[in-house]
Design a protein around this ligand. Structure first.
Ligand SMILES: [Zn+2]
Length: 216
């Protein structure tokens, strides 16, 4: 099974939900750069204070900050576990720097899953989104509700709407995505390891397709 996997797609295309399913069903080591970054903000570390300014404006965090955070996280993990990334890489600079870094460590990407989604679909999904303040697990009021309202199934932590999930910021982030991240689709397609899933399909359909592809 392919175990070094990147999830690509606009914010709100369902990457977090897919990642959570892959983690529980196949034991993937999941890391979300969004969660790693918000953890730094919550800790009010030096990095976190820099990061917070970019998140408040709906702008991308600079490549070198993100790369340092991801590489230090992966360097601590066991290589045979692989990884599942949700939200990284976000720019061509990050993608090519990560290819160089991971290639020399036997951690090269094996599969990129692109969750294709329109801006309107993203909006309708994101306004119902809630995430665990403790572990980062993502729920949706309608599509993926927790067993107990306001409580995380995984760890019992409180669920909150992220401050950057308002409509204006969602639209802004979508534009940033189109400009900065969408070019990665062509980049990975040229490498021959890209699979496209239609994010408007049911989660079960999407998961069935992803499972077949990861076992190829
Ligand atoms: Zn939790």
């Amino acid at each position: 099974m392919r175990r070094r996997v990147i999830l690509l797609g606009p914010p709100g295309s369902g990457k977090g939900t897919i990642a959570a399913r892959l983690k529980t069903e196949f034991g993937f080591e999941h890391f979300s750069t969004g969660h790693l970054l918000r953890q730094e903000v919550a800790k009010d570390s030096a990095v976190g204070r820099q990061v917070g300014l970019f998140l408040e404006r709906g702008e991308l965090v600079p490549d070198e900050l993100v790369l340092a955070l991801v590489e230090s996280t992966l360097a601590k993990s066991r290589p045979e576990q692989g990884y599942l990334s949700d939200g990284f890489p976000r720019t061509l600079v990050q993608a090519s720097a990560f290819d160089a870094w991971s290639g020399t460590r036997g951690l090269a990407i094996e599969q990129v899953i692109y969750c294709e989604s329109s801006e309107e679909l993203v909006l309708s999904r994101i306004t119902g989104r809630r995430s665990c303040v403790a572990c980062g697990h993502v729920y949706h009021a309608t599509f993926v509700p927790p067993k107990t309202v306001g409580r995380c199934d995984e760890c019992g932590g409180g669920l909150a709407q992220r401050a950057d999930d308002s409509e204006a910021l969602v639209r802004r982030r979508f534009q940033v995505y189109l400009r900065e991240t969408e070019p990665l689709v062509a980049y990975y397609r040229a490498q021959g390891n890209l699979t496209v899933v239609d994010a408007s399909q049911s989660l079960e359909k999407i998961m069935a397709r992803i499972e077949v592809m990861l076992r190829q």
